[in-house]
Design a protein around this ligand. Structure first.
Ligand code: FIX
Ligand code: ZN
Length: 421
């Protein structure tokens, strides 16, 4: 890895990057018109599942039941005291909260949250969305939309005036992952499916996907997958649903499929969202899908650090694989640095370096401030290497490169109909 970038290139990169609006391709944020689905404010920030995992380590004698039984504000107070007052908040998730509070001009060293709560109580959601997008330098975000969530479905069915900064992505986990149990959900919505994967059922699943892609104007479909997910595998219902329902609809609509592979759900269910873990995925499965569906773009993010190199190699073999983001347990500066350097060295600029995975609106500020700093640093050191090779880059080069990496164009690259290579 090249040494620390020269300050002049670093300065130019960070000033251009600060003015480069990003498209955040994967979040769990919602259009403000969706009301309480959009989480924001100090109590949500502090009870983020990353911090729940950390406070359960800080207070090993406390049961999860006891924690969940507390009102959210009490949980937040406890997390503030345990992780920010009684201990040095060195973790990335803790530092993140401080970065947000500092950006808002709030006192990060306060012993209690009353002033901070007063600040948030004075905000309006629309005003705060504007402020956060500005502070984070974010132009638009992709939501994670699930019509099987009754609260969300109701809003879509009622209709609302869309905020153009919130784009849609149809999430498939609840509809497809627990087949045949999930067949019941589709049946309840009027789709004539049964628990078998008959032709009728598959065409009804395709109808469900098409209907909701249409209704929410989905720009891609997304699914998170266990590391054991395998393709080809004619015996696995999920693999069959992916092959016979998801891929045909993606091809028909000309939209990508996002594969988020490597999560082992609920290894410690008592921790709720904080109870998921990681496992090594099979890169060959990604290659086989890209080979057999050459006219479908696969936006791929993997959860295991050990999979990152293999994903770069797979993307060098199949142009319809677009690696994206440093997902979840990889969204830490030391790993973002390693992964970004490797991707630049192996893929040039043909990948999407980061997504925020924000669950709480305010997090956009820290996820992008922290990622900009690391990714800018790595990019600057690559530019220094080029200068040493006699090819210095201009500010215009830097502006163009950052736009390619962060304006979302790689999501919608159209692929020729012929096989991918
Ligand atoms: O599957 C996903 O979209 C994951 O990002 C989430 O389930 C996860 O809980 C998360 O918030 C990661 O940052
Ligand atoms: Zn996510």
């Amino acid at each position: 890895m090249s040494s620390k970038p020269s300050s002049s290139v670093q300065k130019t990169v960070s000033s251009v990057f600060a003015r480069t609006p990003v498209t955040d391709i994967h979040t769990h944020l919602f259009d403000p018109a969706m009301g309480s689905l959009l989480l924001w404010g100090i109590d949500e920030l502090l009870t983020y599942h990353y911090l729940v995992a950390e406070v359960s380590r800080a207070r090993p004698e406390m049961t999860c039941e006891a924690f969940w039984a507390m009102p959210k504000s009490t949980q937040a107070d406890l997390i503030w005291q345990e992780l920010f007052v009684k201990r040095t908040p060195v973790s990335e998730a803790c530092r993140g909260v401080l970065t947000v509070l500092q950006a808002l001009g709030l006192n990060v060293n306060t012993k209690n949250l009353s002033d901070i709560r007063a600040y948030f109580a004075a905000q309006t959601v629309c005003g705060y969305v504007d402020q956060v997008f500005k502070l984070a330098g974010v132009e638009r975000v992709y939501m994670t939309n699930d019509p099987l969530n009754p609260v969300e479905r109701l809003v879509w069915e009622k209709g609302f005036e869309r905020d153009p900064r919130f784009l849609s992505a149809l999430r498939l986990d609840s509809a497809l992952k627990d087949w045949p149990q999930s067949a019941g959900h589709l049946k309840a919505l009027g789709y004539a499916v049964d628990t078998s994967l008959s032709g009728q059922t598959l065409s009804e699943v395709r109808r469900y996907l098409n209907d909701w892609c249409q209704k929410i104007e989905a720009r891609y479909m997304a699914i998170s997958l266990d590391p054991a997910f395998t393709y080809p595998d004619a015996t696995a219902s999920l693999t069959n649903l992916m092959v016979k329902a998801v891929m045909p609809v993606a091809r028909e609509r000309g939209i990508p499929v996002a594969l988020m592979i490597g999560v082992r759900k609920a290894v410690n269910p008592a921790l709720g969202d904080a109870g998921d873990s990681v496992g090594l995925a099979d890169i060959a499965t990604v290659e086989h899908l890209a080979r057999d569906f050459g006219d479908v773009t696969f936006l791929v993010t993997l959860l295991a650090r050990e999979n990152m190199h293999g994903l770069c190699v797979a993307a060098r073999k199949f142009k319809n694989i677009v690696p994206f983001g440093c997902w979840w347990f990889l969204n830490n500066p030391s790993l973002i640095r390693e992964i970004t350097a490797m991707r630049l060295e192996m893929l040039g600029l043909s990948f999407i370096p980061q997504h925020s995975d924000c669950r709480i609106l305010d997090q956009l500020v820290y996820k992008w401030t922290h990622s900009r700093a690391v990714i800018g640093d790595v990019l600057a050191s690559k530019y220094d290497d080029l200068a040493r090779a006699g090819r210095p880059v201009s500010e215009a080069d830097i502006r163009r490169d950052l736009a390619v990496l962060f304006d979302g164009r790689l999501i919608n690259q159209r692929l020729s109909a012929v096989t991918a290579y």
